[in-house]
Design a protein around this ligand. Structure first.
Ligand code: SF4
Length: 362
């Protein structure tokens, strides 16, 4: 599915209306109506009149100037940090997952693309010049899908070109689409990792609106490997339901049979978690979804999670499958407490917690 096909309206920030990138993007979206605005608030005023402003916000494209921000991943209070950095260039996502946290975080933000590409290089150079030689993992998939709008923005190959070849820096582009054409048209930089969020086929079909199906994602990942990329996978959010064990095992086995272990950069595991506000919004927007109806506890950071024994049971099952393929060392947990990490790794309660599946990056 081409995510840009759902765009119905385009707004251009007056500050960027004469940039050549804007002209290039608009020419691909003709004959959609285009309006020049002075602030995003003008767009939000219209969005809030829609019966489902979140769904509407995914049909409206806003081209603007944004200061790209590289910051340590906010993770969540009290969790073991995986030392990830996020690079926020765009805001909002054309896909529509029932569990998407952006529904609760973004306040009527249209699909916002930063088009001031010339500033990006300067900002990246400045950021890298301040680093002390530590290994950095950076990703753009925090506030939207890294590749969903790439066919019109061309950002992925631009970024891969800017970061490719830098020592001790890894760029991760994370997606639920199969939109990797622009990256396939260039030689694979060694330090660019293409990553797919995966779920059981049932969850993909019922909860991940507008995304590529499992087979399409896996085919795209295999294509990336053939091109020379390392790939990563995020099994997140893992959902507990009656057939979870068989259905997750099926997709992991399919994945591990198709993708050679040496091409796997890392695999994260994370169970469903959400703030109360998201559940409220999602129950209204996705009344058919059952994922919020299980048993949850309110955890240390205020988010709801499955009870700890259940989370461990899910993680153990996934670990066992990866162990059978000799690949459990590539796993890490996303947004989990040190207690769960220790049990997952079989470490005792004393001593330093050793969590990193990334030591091979050094
Ligand atoms: S792909 Fe990610 S950012 Fe986009 S709607 Fe789904 S969870 Fe949200």
């Amino acid at each position: 599915m081409q995510q840009n096909k759902q765009i119905k309206n385009i707004f251009v920030d007056r500050q960027v209306k004469n940039l050549p990138q804007v002209e290039r993007i608009l020419s691909q979206l003709q004959p959609l109506p285009v309006q020049v605005v002075d602030t995003v608030e003008e767009i939000k005023e219209d969005l809030c009149l829609s019966p489902d402003p979140i769904a509407e916000s995914k049909k409206v494209l806003f081209l603007t100037r944004e200061k790209s921000v590289i910051r340590p991943c906010p993770c969540t209070q009290g969790c073991v940090c995986c030392h990830y950095w996020t690079l926020d260039l765009n805001l909002n996502c054309p896909l529509d997952c029932s569990y998407c946290i952006l529904q609760a975080y973004l306040n009527l933000q249209p699909l916002t693309l930063a088009v001031n590409q010339e500033d990006l290089q300067v900002e990246l150079d400045t950021f890298f010049s301040r680093q002390n030689g530590e290994v950095l993992r950076i990703g753009t998939g925090e506030l939207g899908d890294s590749l969903a709008l790439d066919s019109i923005s061309g950002q992925a190959s631009l970024l891969a070109g800017l970061v490719g070849g830098r020592k001790r820096v890894w760029l991760e582009l994370k997606t639920k689409t199969a939109g990797i054409d622009s990256l396939m048209a260039m030689p694979a930089p060694e330090n660019v990792v293409l990553a797919w969020s995966l779920n059981s086929k049932r969850i993909i079909n019922s909860e991940e609106g507008g995304s590529a199906n499992f087979e399409e994602r896996l085919r795209a990942a295999f294509r990336a490997v053939e091109q020379g990329y390392r790939v990563a996978f995020h099994l997140d959010p893992i959902i507990y339901y009656s057939d979870w064990e068989r259905e997750y095992e099926d997709i992991i086995v399919e994945l591990l049979k198709k993708i050679p272990g040496e091409a796997l950069a890392w695999v994260s595991l994370g169970t469903l978690r959400f703030p109360a506000k998201l559940r409220e919004i999602a129950r209204w927007r996705f009344p058919q979804s059952m994922i919020y109806e299980g048993e949850f506890i309110r955890s240390w950071d205020g988010k709801f999670r499955y009870p700890r024994p259940l989370r461990l049971k899910l993680y153990e099952k996934f670990k066992k499958i990866f162990q059978e393929y000799g690949l459990s060392h590539k796993l890490y947990l996303c947004m989990e407490s040190s207690e769960v990490w220790r049990e997952f790794l079989g470490q005792n309660k004393k001593g330093k917690l050793y969590t990193s599946p990334f030591c091979w990056l050094d």
